[in-house]
Design a protein around this ligand. Structure first.
Ligand code: 6PG
Length: 471
């Protein structure tokens, strides 16, 4: 009898996912080009599980039962194609290759088509939850061929996180839907992280809170309706002492943010299919801007800022920053989810938004109690185009909007950069405005380029010969 599954790529994520699969009673073979990683895999194996590590890709493939179900956990891009190049000649019709990395969805579409020519199934599945999630229960976003999906569904349900007994995995749709949903998950992750960093900056610079006080504030925020994984880890970060110097580690970390690309892809995608997601756009651009450390230092000397006028009532200020963060977070989810609605139409994914928010409730990086509210909203109306249109969500929004305005105003007055908070407010105000001033933009376009316009009072396309005003 061959092994149930195979895993190629035994880095931290691949190895942890493999152990998780083995813990759930499935036998699994592991392979990596790096002999050290193969040895490390063997060292972590317990007698209770059925795990084998193989030295060559040929041995690896030969060890598996048919149809072979092979999971790839290798870096996105060229490494995936390199693995497929050596792997696919060894496979037989009906075998399934499952890419569990953060692959770009268009790469997945291409690979699905390439492997289909060889009668092989290729699936892209999003896995979120970091190293710990992979080991103990991630959120899993599978997409692709439905028949192939059914063969791996029991395993995915077994290894994923659980919320109220529900597995945090569900079929996300056709083709590259799994990678797409994971990409948008990461875009939302970027947006929320940006907002949290701005709240931190406002409390630190605006209200002079130290790390102990920040810990207390985040602890309180995380214990109520704002409860989320990202707030929880933020709380803990403020407690972490530095190993190398006196004081807290967070204060020693250089303010240049890294990025591996999924946030940028989300923004590019939204532009491509015409969806407005300014919170994700600004989160991406903020990370880019953060890298100009030397220039920022120079500019800060040229444009020195006035001293910050501390809020009159610190407690009220903290409360309002918290509510602003909460509302801006809702608005960020709203943008990402709206992108998924449009993408599902555009690419015929047939993604169920209700299932998306359901499986994001646990295991993933953007899990939060808010997702439960979104789940209720999509249960009432599965065709909801934007969660801001839901009655219950709108009630929450209405109670927090003045805090978002006050916080944005405080930041603007005091020169504290808040691209995320300002974007959330700007999006909200535009989205909730019946008549925008783009009538003027249409007039200008028609004036200089005869681009035509539509009218509010009658059907049709119009062009005017605009008159230069006589001075
Ligand atoms: C997850 C994370 C994971 C990874 C991010 C980091 O859901 O588990 O999103 O996929 O940590 O891709 O992205 P950046 O390096 O671009 O911040």
């Amino acid at each position: 009898e061959g092994y149930n599954f195979g895993m190629i790529g035994l880095g931290v994520m691949g190895r942890n996912l493999l152990y998780n699969i083995a813990d759930n009673g499935f036998s699994i073979a592991g392979f990596d080009l790096d002999a050290v990683k193969i040895r490390e895999l063997q060292e972590g194996v317990t007698s209770a599980t059925k795990v084998i590590s193989t030295a060559t890709v040929e041995d690896f493939v030969a060890a598996l039962e048919s149809p072979k179900k092979i999971i790839l956990m290798v870096p996105a891009g060229v490494p995936v194609d390199a693995v497929l190049y050596s792997l696919t000649p060894l496979l037989s019709p009906g075998d399934i290759v499952i890419d569990a990395g953060n692959s770009y969805f268009k790469d997945t579409e291409r690979r699905v088509a390439d492997l289909k020519e060889k009668n092989l199934h290729f699936m892209g599945i999003g896995v979120s939850g970091g190293a710990e999630g992979a080991r103990r229960g991630p959120s899993i976003m599978p997409g692709g061929d439905l028949e192939a999906f059914k063969l791996i569904q029991p395993m995915l349900e077994a290894i994923s996180a659980k919320v109220n007994g529900d597995a945090c995995t569900a079929y996300m749709g056709n083709g590259a839907a799994g990678n797409y949903v994971k990409m948008v998950h990461n875009g939302i992750e970027y947006a929320i992280m940006q907002l949290i960093s701005e709240a931190y900056d406002l409390l630190k610079k605006g209200a002079n809170l130290n790390n102990d006080q920040l810990y207390e504030v985040f602890k309180e925020w995380n214990s109520g309706e704002m409860n989320s994984y990202l707030l929880e880890i933020t709380r803990d970060i403020f407690k972490q002492k530095d190993d190398l110097e006196e004081g807290f580690l967070v204060d020693q970390i250089l303010d240049k943010a890294g990025a591996k690309g999924t946030g940028k892809w989300t923004s590019e995608q939204a532009m491509e299919i015409g969806v407005s997601i300014p919170n994700i756009d600004t989160a991406v651009t903020s990370r880019i801007l953060s890298a100009y450390k030397e220039e920022r230092t120079k500019a800060s000397q040229i444009y020195s800022k006035n001293e910050i006028t501390s809020p009159e009532n610190t407690e009220l200020f903290i409360k309002e920053v918290g509510e602003a963060l909460y509302l801006a977070t809702i608005i960020s989810y709203a943008q990402g989810l709206a992108l998924l609605v449009k993408a599902s139409e555009e690419y015929s994914f047939e993604t169920s938004l209700k299932d998306v928010v359901k499986i994001w409730r646990g295991g993933c990086i953007i899990r939060s109690v808010l997702l439960e509210k979104f789940y209720v909203a999509y249960t009432k109306d599965s065709d909801l185009s934007n969660i801001l249109l839901d009655q219950d969500i709108s009630e929450i929004v209405k109670t927090k909007i003045s805090s978002l305005r006050n916080t944005a105003a405080f930041a603007a007055k005091n020169g504290i950069s808040t691209l995320g908070i300002q974007s959330a407010l700007g999006y909200f105000d535009a989205y909730t405005t019946e008549s925008l001033p783009v009538n003027l933009i249409q007039a200008q376009r028609d004036y200089f380029g005869a681009h035509t316009y539509q009218r509010t009072d009658r059907e049709g396309i119009f062009h005017t010969t605009w008159q230069t005003a006589i001075i």
